[in-house]
Design a protein around this ligand. Structure first.
Ligand SMILES: CC(C)(COP(=O)(O)OP(=O)(O)OC[C@H]1O[C@@H](n2cnc3c(N)ncnc32)[C@H](O)[C@@H]1OP(=O)(O)O)[C@@H](O)C(=O)NCCC(=O)NCCS
Length: 180
C-alpha cells in the first residue's frame, strides 16, 4: 500500500478522450478485482464485455451530462469516478439529482485517503453539474464501500437492483445533500 503522503500527491483531473484506452483497461480490472469472488466467470465476462470497451469509455467521457474523473500518479491510474445528472429513483428526492455512477480506487491506494479526495472532487463536479443531491447504488455485499460512503455522509434511503451479467443483485441506495 502506498503511504498517505504519496496519496496526497496524486493528481485528480477530468478525463479526456485520450484516456479512454487506459480507462477501459483500469475499469475492467478494478471491477473484476472488486466483485470476482462473489460472481460466476460467465456473468463477470458478460459484464466486462458489455460495459468497458474503449469506445464506450470514450462515449462516456464525451457525455454532456456526465463528468469522468481520473486519479493518476506517475502516469498510471490510481482511481476513477463518474458523476452523471439525470432521473433518480423516487426515494432519492431532491430536484436536481446527480449520481455517483462509478467510484473505484486501485487496491494499492485503498486506505490511503485518496478515496476521500476523489469523493471531494466528485462533489465539486456534481455541484458544477447543478446538483442539489448526490446519490449512488452500492451492492449490499460490499461492506467496505458502504462503510466508506457512510463516513462521507451518505445516508441509506432504500434499495434497487443491479444486474451483473445475468445475476440480479440488491443494491443499497445512499444519498447526500450537496451544499451551495
Ligand atoms: C470503496 C472504496 C472507494 C473505499 O476507499 P478506501 O480507501 O478503501 O476507504 P477506507 O480505507 O476509508 O475504508 C472504508 C472503511 O471500511 C472499513 N473496512 C475495510 N474493510 C472492510 C470490510 N471488509 N468490511 C467492513 N468495513 C471494512 C475500513 O476499515 C474503513 O473504516 P475505518 O476508517 O473506520 O477503519 C475503495 O475501497 C474501493 O475503491 N474499493 C473497490 C471498488 C468499490 O468497491 N467501489 C465502490 C463501488 S459502489
Amino acid at each position: 500500500m502506498h503511504p498517505a503522503s504519496t496519496a496526497r500527491a496524486v493528481r485528480i483531473r477530468r478525463a479526456e478522450s485520450r484516456d479512454a484506452a487506459a480507462l477501459a483497461e483500469f475499469c475492467a480490472r478494478t471491477f473484476r478485482e472488486t466483485y470476482d469472488a462473489h460472481n460466476s466467470e460467465e456473468d463477470m465476462a458478460l459484464h466486462l464485455h458489455t460495459h468497458f470497451s474503449e469506445a464506450l469509455q470514450r462515449a462516456e467521457i464525451a457525455d454532456a451530462d456526465a463528468v469522468m474523473l481520473v486519479a493518476e500518479h506517475e502516469g498510471a491510474l490510481a482511481g476513477y469516478a463518474k458523476v452523471r445528472r439525470g432521473a433518480a429513483p423516487a426515494c432519492v428526492g431532491g430536484e436536481r439529482p446527480v449520481e455517483v455512477q462509478r467510484f473505484y480506487v486501485d487496491r494499492a491506494w485503498q486506505g490511503t485517503g485518496l478515496a476521500y479526495r476523489l469523493m471531494d472532487a466528485a462533489h465539486e463536479w456534481a455541484r458544477a453539474l447543478g446538483a442539489d443531491t448526490l446519490w449512488l447504488g452500492v451492492w449490499e455485499r460490499n461492506p467496505r464501500a458502504i462503510a466508506f460512503y457512510g463516513k462521507c455522509g451518505f445516508m441509506d434511503v432504500g434499495a434497487w437492483t443491479f444486474t451483473l451479467g445475468t445475476d440480479v443483485q440488491n443494491d443499497r441506495l445512499m444519498v447526500q445533500k450537496v451544499g451551495g
